[in-house]
Design a protein around this ligand. Structure first.
Ligand code: ADP
Ligand code: ADP
Length: 235
């Protein structure tokens, strides 16, 4: 089932058309990859879905209901978790504190409202272990972790707290081959947990490893929209 869709969405900044007539959809348990060069409109797309900007044309729906977010909180409240490339977690805070950070801002979803420190540490440890993420000390600040570990923890957090849609902003862009592989494994875990994933990337290879659906943005418009089965390699 479709959880999120954009139909003919446009975004103008003054007279700059950052997006024009963009349509795409995200289904439960599927990964929609969005590819495009610099300036194609990828950040603008994320900002609309994450509630940092609102669209100026077209229709944006979540669970069949038309929305237009005016704050990140509204996006979170619809079950949309956004993991930014550089700001996946707060560097100066401990790992367990980061794990529970979004929970304090959310209202409508997630299993807990407020817990004591011991419980939060225990749950963070259990969940990361379950997901196969090993961290030496949950009390350490996130700044000590690698970029790949941060992406994995942010993805694990979204899954644990019951996000319905996961937006990934170039999660492998700054990573080497090995770390990218680990992060892609977590992207696949999110899909297998039933989330609908939007995977923004520059890297067609990474997209093809995990994606079900591919959208290429070119100067603000969709230049290719294709399911995995439609793509064959030229010989
Ligand atoms: P990408 O993330 O794919 O590099 P962006 O969404 O950042 O693309 O940008 C798409 C287009 O919109 C670019 O031409 C960019 O210069 C323009 N743009 C983005 N943000 C703004 C803004 N706040 N004001 C004016 N133009 C913007
Ligand atoms: P971010 O924090 O994601 O860089 P910005 O909105 O500042 O968010 O910038 C997004 C993109 O849009 C960047 O590539 C930036 O160069 C471009 N951009 C931002 N403001 C403008 C603007 N006034 N005119 C043209 N491009 C812009």
């Amino acid at each position: 089932t479709e959880i999120l869709s954009l139909k003919d969405v446009g975004k103008r900044y003054g007279n700059v058309h950052a997006l024009r007539g963009v349509s795409l959809s995200v289904r439960q348990g599927e990964i929609t990859c969005v590819l495009g060069d610099n300036g194609a409109g990828k950040s603008t797309l994320i900002k609309i879905i994450a509630g940092l900007h609102s669209h100026t044309d077209g229709t944006f729906t979540v669970n069949g209901e038309e929305v237009s977010f005016s704050s990140p909180r509204e996006s979170l409240d619809r079950g949309i978790a956004t993991v930014y490339q550089d700001l996946a977690l707060v560097p100066l805070m401990s790992i367990w504190r980061n794990f529970f950070l979004g929970q304090e801002m959310r209202t409508g979803w997630g299993p807990f409202s407020r817990l004591d420190v011991k419980a939060m540490m225990r749950i963070t440890g259990e969940e990361l272990t379950k997901m196969g993420i090993s961290v030496p000390d949950l009390d350490r600040s996130v700044g000590a972790l690698s970029g790949g570990q941060r992406q994995c923890i942010a993805i694990a957090r979204a899954i644990y707290f019951g996000a319905k849609v996961l937006i990934l902003d170039e999660p492998t862009a700054a990573l080497g081959v090995k770390q990218s592989g680990v992060v892609l494994k977590y992207v696949a875990k999110a899909r297998d947990a039933g989330l609908g994933v939007i995977f923004i990337t520059h890297n067609p290879h990474h997209a093809y490893l995990v994606g079900n659906h591919f959208v290429i943005l070119n100067r603000g418009s969709v230049s290719l929209d294709s399911a995995r089965a439609d793509i064959t390699l030229d010989r």
